[in-house]
Ligand binder design. Structure first.
Ligand SMILES: Nc1ncnc2c1ncn2[C@@H]1O[C@H](COP(=O)(O)OP(=O)(O)O)[C@@H](O)[C@H]1O
Ligand SMILES: [Mg+2]
Length: 307
């Protein structure tokens, strides 16, 4: 069974796509068979891996979710032998609306992965999902299909804003739709050592979330922002850069949490309620409750970006 990990945070510009692409590539560099599923209509993970979305307009994640195309037919190679990608499509923004009417709308991605698991042929050790910046049906599909979620938090003033809502939603999904769902950890991104605020955020988040936070902190590094325009993960663009080295180190931590001896410990920790303990008690286990909770959220991410 693959470890399925959603890279999620409903805020935009916090480093989800950068983390999805570079963590997937770094785990693949350790010769694990990795699939990256691009679930964001913007398709930045696809283009960041050099996939020309124009070439795959009839077989991509949109068709998997809406037309129930077998995901096996929507998987493409990348510049790394062990890394494959299931690309996104602009139409995916419409999928959020089309799915509202669909039967088992929150289970589409889960069903696709189960079919992949049952079928002959390609098997993956890790599946990463790059989620869109909202808590809509696409993110719901991702969290329903995953065993773990990993939250990138940007080292800036409002880092933890919205995190309570995200954890609350994840807990509702765990209770109602996906008992297997656990938090894998929080990764701090875009750290700037010259900036006091950046250092304060690291201290505060580590104090609050303790060992859930990965030791590796991803620095702000220009190679990380340049590499997508070359269609490459940073390790194929500049392997010696601090950005590349930090994602390789994060990959080691992820592999250790999932395959290493400290696995049980991590699982125990991640099952502890993290915040807002009181509000996540005794919620009904019905999808309707969850869906009410996750109406389309504003995409207020632009100001957090580093463009
Ligand atoms: N560690 C980093 N150093 C420099 N730029 C970064 C870093 N992480 C992300 N970026 C840049 O910040 C912007 C937002 O990152 P992105 O990964 O697309 O966020 P999200 O997917 O959460 O919206 C992008 O332009 C990206 O290249
Ligand atoms: Mg993104």
């Amino acid at each position: 069974m693959a470890n399925i990990i959603a890279i999620a945070n409903q805020k935009g510009g916090v480093g989800k796509t950068t983390t999805a692409v570079n963590l997937a590539a770094s785990v693949a560099a350790a010769e694990k068979k990795v699939l990256l599923v691009d679930l964001d209509p913007q398709g930045n993970a696809s283009s960041g891996l050099g996939v020309d979305k124009g070439l795959f307009t009839d077989k991509n994640i949109y068709h998997v979710l809406i037309d129930e195309l077998s995901i096996r037919d929507a998987i493409y190679p990348t510049g790394l032998e062990f890394l494959k990608v299931c690309p996104s499509d602009n139409n995916l923004s419409g999928a959020e609306i089309e799915l509202v009417q669909a039967i088992a709308r929150e289970l589409r991605l889960k069903n696709a992965f189960e079919e992949l698991e049952r079928s002959e042929g390609i098997k993956f050790d890790y599946i990463f999902i790059d989620c869109p910046p909202s808590l809509g049906l696409l993110t719901l599909n991702a969290l329903t299909a995953s065993n773990y979620y990993l939250i990138p938090l940007q080292c800036e003033y409002y880092a933890m804003e919205g995190l309570g809502q995200f954890l609350h939603t994840a807990e509702l999904i765990r209770k109602g739709l996906n008992k297997k769902l656990q938090q894998l950890g929080i990764v701090l991104t875009m750290f700037d050592s010259r900036n006091n605020l950046s250092r304060q955020v690291v201290t505060e988040v580590k104090n609050h979330f303790k060992s859930t936070v990965f030791d590796t902190v991803i620095p702000r590094n220009v190679k990380l922002s340049e590499s997508p325009s070359h269609g490459k993960p940073v390790l194929l663009y500049d392997i010696s850069s601090t950005g590349s080295q930090s994602y390789l180190s994060l990959a080691q931590e992820v592999i250790k949490r999932l395959e290493g001896t400290d696995k049980v410990e991590t699982e125990k920790q991640s099952l502890k309620p993290l915040t807002e303990e009181s509000i996540i008690e005794d919620l009904p286990e019905i999808p309707a409750e969850i869906l009410n909770d996750i109406g389309p959220t504003e995409q207020k991410g632009v100001e957090y970006g580093n463009s």
